[in-house]
Design a protein around this ligand. Structure first.
Ligand code: SF4
Ligand code: SF4
Length: 350
């Protein structure tokens, strides 16, 4: 394992230099908070952020994405043929991604990149991307990532993990991709491996001590789907939900989308857009039948998918990295931590 020291006085220059070889994305503040945006012109990542409103998911899986296009213009050679839309997959790097958001990319991989099916748009974007993580020295009150197999200094899904040491960053190089990115910045000053690892361990332990909330998941596997599906608490949980979909849009592990066609004169484009299982239209059939037409059914679906179906299907934990965004942004305070603990402790009355 290699460690590199980066003096913060050299940081801006190095990041700018890397733009010659990479399209960069990183945290940028606007009037609504921090968002992971493309860093164009002289924009630099604002690394003193706590958390972004939306995760970095959109760098690989945009909210709206052209996937196919065709033309009816018969003067064009390939008219009437649906072709893959042209997308730029030049090397890109997400600088300052939080460790739980990088871990969420691995969860999304289970849906988009499998032995049976490979989503070409996701796979090409993933292959083009380098993830430069930033450890969380002071986790916020909604963070429960240590109980979801992640944590403030987790390395899963990252190419580099940075630790903020006030006047410098200490970079732990985790992959060749990560090393190439740092060398494109001109960051090459190696640090002592043993001392650096000790420092990372201290920072991780300190940060983990600040995580004050957690969830219990140890008994979820033992319950049957039917038991949890028929549990009596779903109406109470769903009562205040207004089906706004916020919890799913801000979630780094939610992957649902819808496909629409748009036609303009002789050109037609097929687009996929994020969708949400919390919306009644999401499951509405062309026949008019809707298998989840009641709010309780939709709320139950969201939690059952994240905390039971996913767990049973993949045996890789729950479909949640504990970022706490859905807790923070739900307008009616529906809290996945409470729901998870209810599901975990539920026993069928004998
Ligand atoms: S954010 Fe809250 S109110 Fe909105 S759909 Fe999710 S659970 Fe319901
Ligand atoms: S379910 Fe909530 S806490 Fe879990 S990853 Fe999604 S937004 Fe974060």
């Amino acid at each position: 394992m290699k460690f590199i020291t980066i003096d913060k006085k050299e940081w801006d220059k190095g990041i700018e230099k890397s733009k010659k070889s990479y399209d960069l994305f990183g945290p940028v503040k606007d009037k609504n908070g921090f968002f992971i945006k493309k860093l164009e012109n002289n924009t630099l990542p604002q690394m003193e952020y706590h958390d972004s409103v939306m995760s970095a998911k959109s760098v690989l899986f945009p909210q709206t994405e052209k996937i196919l296009e065709t033309t009816l213009d018969e003067t064009q050679v390939d008219h009437h043929i649906m072709k893959r839309a042209k997308t730029d997959y030049s090397p890109r790097a997400v600088v300052g991604i939080r460790p739980y958001d990088a871990k969420a990319m691995q969860i999304l991989n289970l849906n988009f990149d499998t032995d049976e099916y490979k989503d070409p748009y996701w796979c090409d974007a993933y292959a083009a991307t380098t993830f430069i993580g930033l450890g969380i020295n002071k986790p916020g009150p909604c963070d429960f990532s240590t109980s979801t197999g992640t944590g403030p200094f987790n390395e899963d899904g990252l190419d580099v993990l940075l630790a903020d040491l006030d006047d410098k960053y200490l970079a732990k190089v985790l992959t060749d991709k990560g090393e190439s990115y740092l060398s494109s910045c001109g960051f090459v000053d190696t640090a002592d491996d043993k001392e650096s690892q000790v420092l990372f361990d201290i920072l991780r332990k300190e940060a983990e001590k600040n995580i004050v909330s957690n969830i219990d998941t140890d008994k979820l596997k033992d319950k049957t789907i039917l038991e949890l599906h028929e549990a009596p608490f779903w109406d109470d949980i769903a009562f205040s939900c207004i089906n706004c979909g916020t919890c799913t849009y801000v979630c780094p592990t939610c992957w649902c989308f819808d496909i629409q066609d748009e036609t303009k004169r002789k050109t037609s484009t097929r687009i996929r857009n994020w969708d949400t299982c919390m919306a009644p239209l999401f499951t509405s059939h062309a026949s008019g039948h809707n298998p989840r037409d009641a709010k309780t059914q939709r709320v139950r679906q969201r939690f059952m998918h994240k905390l039971k179906y996913f767990l049973d299907k993949y045996d890789k934990g729950i479909m949640c990295v504990g970022c706490g965004r859905c807790v923070k942004f739900c307008p009616v305070n529906i809290d996945i931590r409470e729901v998870c603990n209810k599901m975990n402790s539920y026993e069928v009355a004998k």
